[in-house]
Design a protein around this ligand. Structure first.
Ligand SMILES: Nc1ncnc2c1ncn2[C@@H]1O[C@H](COP(=O)(O)OP(=O)(O)OP(=O)(O)O)[C@@H](O)[C@H]1O
Ligand SMILES: O=C(O)[C@H](O)COP(=O)(O)O
Length: 402
């Protein structure tokens, strides 16, 4: 491990802790999710060892419907920690400082949404962020800065990079475990076959991962939007938008050359669906062999059963399996066969596995699988993608400094 962790920090400190509690917001209500549960472990550990625990986090971006106060987050987090979490509707003004100074050992305080502070957001070098009034005002009230927000660590924002230069800096427990698991494909040697399941809607992101990881991954199993784009490049009449869709055409234009050269140079490492599923005239799941499609006249919402049967043994023969993106619209049970099929195969083998992506990992509890049957279920989206390709994350690079 290349950064200091909580094991290197004496108890009884005044700690400023960055979490990532960015969550879906529906009709103004913040939705509970894995992030609360995971960060609760770090927060509980700090409170139990007698630290004065001050938390920072963000929610949404200015202008968005999900750009809301963190008052609800404090209540949800408190439930997960099993301990009161105070909240102050201020980021670094007098109200925030008063609340920080009034904390007793073992107490927890959440500050207001960091993105309500003007100096938080513009992406700048860590040195510039460390010089902001936000950082300079808050830092003297603490002994240490702890970054637990792995899933936001790809952003060079004040709360993620500035404090690490102004205070002794440590990685929290979530940061530690996410870093280790998600970087393993780029940093670790596996004895046997390494497989990556690639799907979802963000084809551009996953194609970039494939392009970067061709030497590290033995087999890519494709589905979702990226899967259809590859089928299109292989000469099939799929992978373009029908009326009212906007998944395919832009991503095709942006990635066509890369897809074609990947198929050309690494075709034997890339498995494509042999059948696809759709909603038939009775609103039921229908399936068609890809070789029988001579005109795309319907949306394909999952890979077919035969495809799952060909992907299953590849997973069972793997030493390590990484998942990025769902193989179909699994939120609708009729189109969950691909995603659930590969996840179940992973959960039944003892391979090292990492499941990433907020949407995809939801399939685990939705279909009654047990998270403990997977090596690591990541709570990161953009940071996970970057880690897979071995790209540095700004918030981690500053933790590595002395
Ligand atoms: N053929 C398809 N048609 C429509 N949606 C699909 C299809 N295949 C997969 N999806 C959708 O892809 C979504 C997951 O993809 P996404 O690219 O958002 O990945 P993620 O990595 O899980 O999430 P995030 O990066 O947002 O954390 C699922 O919600 C699923 O419904
Ligand atoms: O939810 C996330 O993926 C992270 O918190 C980063 O959020 P952002 O994409 O709004 O910077």
């Amino acid at each position: 491990m290349t950064f200091k962790t909580l094991d290197d920090l004496e108890p009884g400190q005044r700690v400023l802790v960055r979490l990532d509690l960015n969550s879906p917001v529906e009709d103004g209500e913040v939705q509970d999710n894995r992030r609360f549960d995971r960060h609760a472990e770090t927060v509980r550990e700090l409170a139990e060892r007698g630290d004065r625990v001050v938390l920072m986090a963000h929610q949404g971006r200015p202008g968005g419907d999900d750009f809301v106060s963190l008052d609800q987050h404090a209540d949800i987090l408190a439930e997960h920690v099993g301990h009161d979490v105070q909240f102050v509707a201020d980021t670094y003004g007098d109200e925030a400082i008063d609340a920080i100074e009034s904390l007793d050992a073992g107490e927890i305080l959440l500050l207001e949404n960091t993105r309500m502070c003007d100096e938080e957001l513009p992406e700048e070098a860590p040195e510039a962020k460390a010089d902001t009034e936000f950082v300079q005002t808050l830092a003297p009230h603490f002994d240490a800065y702890i970054n637990d927000a792995y899933s936001a660590a790809h952003r060079s924002h004040a709360s993620l990079v500035g404090f690490a230069l102004a205070l002794p800096a440590y990685a929290g427990r979530v940061m530690q475990s996410e870093y280790e698991a998600n970087s393993s494909i780029a940093t670790r040697e596996f004895d046997g076959q390494v497989t990556m399941v690639v799907g979802g809607t963000k084809a551009t992101d996953v194609i970039d991962v494939m392009n970067n990881l061709g030497d590290k991954v033995d087999q890519f199993l494709l589905g979702g939007i990226a899967g259809e784009l590859f089928l299109r490049a292989a000469g099939n009449d799929v992978g373009f938008d029908l009326e009212g869709m906007d998944f395919f055409d832009d991503q095709w234009e942006a990635n066509r050359e890369t897809i074609e050269s990947l198929l050309d140079e690494r075709g034997d490492q890339i498995s494509l669906a042999v059948d696809l599923a759709y909603e038939d005239e009775n609103d039921e799941r229908g399936e068609v062999a890809v070789s029988d499609i001579d005109e795309k006249d319907r949306a394909y919402l999952d890979v077919g059963t035969e495809t799952v049967e060909t992907y299953d043994p590849v997973i069972r023969d793997s030493e390590a399996v990484f998942v990025k993106g769902a193989l179909g619209l699994f939120e609708d049970e009729r189109f969950s066969v691909g995603t659930v099929g590969v996840l179940r195969a992973i959960s039944e083998t003892d391979c090292f596995s990492v499941v990433g992506g907020g949407d995809t990992s939801r399939a685990i509890e939705m279909y009654g699988m047990d998270e403990s049957d997977f090596g690591h279920v990541s709570i990161a989206g953009g940071a996970y993608i970057r880690a897979l390709t071995g790209a540095p994350l700004a918030g981690i690079e500053v933790l590595k400094q002395d």
